[in-house]
Design a protein around this ligand. Structure first.
Ligand SMILES: Nc1ncnc2c1ncn2[C@@H]1O[C@H](COP(=O)(O)OP(=O)(O)O)[C@@H](O)[C@H]1O
Ligand SMILES: [Mg+2]
Length: 300
């Protein structure tokens, strides 16, 4: 009885469903030879930021290609936005960032987006406004007239994300959005993903960089050799119930007097197993700090 849905509690709309999805690639002789995805079940609901995670070759891109209707599954079924992936009408409702974006290097970001916008039937002021708004939202408004060949990888990735957004899609599919980026480019893309998430977009992110997407995704599925090993809410998967970590950034070191007093209180209350570790700044923190300071002092 307690599983009854309350009348005012609208069930969350399902955007992607896959059931026992399987893809076995054929060899030269048309024999089914290479299993890339094996019996994959997925469910992505409206507003989810869903991470399809796994090492290289685990079947992420193959899954995406099936969902986009670019290749067909060997067996199993899937639907996207309530339709078959083969349905042409559904494609206009999806924004896709491929693993590698191939843009014309001798066009500016503005011209590139104008071109893709025109493919969606946008013209005149409407097209201009849309391009402007997207370039602003991905933080490229000051560089919009520069040719893409002068862009960094992170900037190019952001053009790709802007391009995927041009048709106001209901679902975004990003394949390896942070791969090949340096820490700054990665941060820029991550921030953009968080912004899209805050806007309530439904996003499927495929990535082999687990640490990159753990702050962004609500739910993940972990693939390995085409099989799903695990799925669930990131918050729950990351909850380790085997201990508690307390950080004390104001405490100078292990021999701090107040720390000793606090530890004694714990010991007096029966907490014996205490591990005190001095926090070290990672090289990455130092690197990002130095660059951030440089940016602020030079007004960039
Ligand atoms: N067209 C193809 N023909 C044969 N094998 C393929 C083809 N495309 C992908 N594969 C294989 O399928 C597996 C999954 O690939 P992929 O989906 O690209 O993985 P991921 O995106 O997780 O890195 C890999 O072993 C890959 O070599
Ligand atoms: Mg891939």
């Amino acid at each position: 009885m307690n599983q009854q849905v309350q009348p005012n509690e609208e069930p969350q709309k399902t955007i992607v469903v896959a059931s026992k999805l399987t893809k076995v690639f054929r060899d030269f002789f048309y024999r089914l030879r290479f299993p890339a995805v094996q019996g994959l079940d997925l469910e992505i609901r409206k507003g989810d930021v869903f991470g399809l995670l796994g090492p290289n070759g685990s079947g992420k891109t193959t899954t995406i290609k099936i969902l986009l209707g670019l290749i067909s599954a060997t067996s199993g079924s899937c639907s996207i936005l309530g339709r078959s992936p083969r349905d042409v009408a559904v494609k206009a409702r999806i924004g896709f960032l491929p693993e590698e974006s191939y843009f014309h290097r001798f066009l500016s970001a503005e011209e590139t987006l104008n071109f893709y916008g025109s493919l969606f039937g946008l013209r005149g002021a409407l097209l201009r406004d849309k391009t402007h708004a997207l370039l602003k939202s991905v933080g490229l408004e000051n560089d919009k007239t520069r040719l893409l060949k002068t862009y960094s990888k992170g900037m190019t990735r952001r053009v790709g994300i802007a391009q995927s957004l041009i048709g106001d899609p209901e679902l975004l599919i990003f394949d390896e959005p942070t791969s090949g980026l340096d820490p700054i480019g990665m941060d820029e893309v991550k921030e953009l993903l968080l912004k899209l998430k805050a806007e309530g977009k439904t996003i499927l992110i495929a990535s082999h960089m687990l640490s990159d997407v753990q702050d962004v995704c609500d739910r993940v599925a972990i693939l390995f050799k085409g099989k799903k090993l695990l799925d669930g809410k990131v918050r729950e998967l990351r909850t380790r119930k085997t201990g508690v970590r307390v950080e004390l950034p104001g405490v100078s070191g292990k021999d701090d007097e107040n720390l000793a007093k606090a530890l004694n209180v714990l010991r007096e209350n029966g907490v014996e197993d205490i591990d005190v570790v001095e926090r070290e700044t990672s090289l990455m923190d130092v690197f990002l700090d130095v660059i951030k300071n440089q940016k602020t002092s030079s007004g960039v």
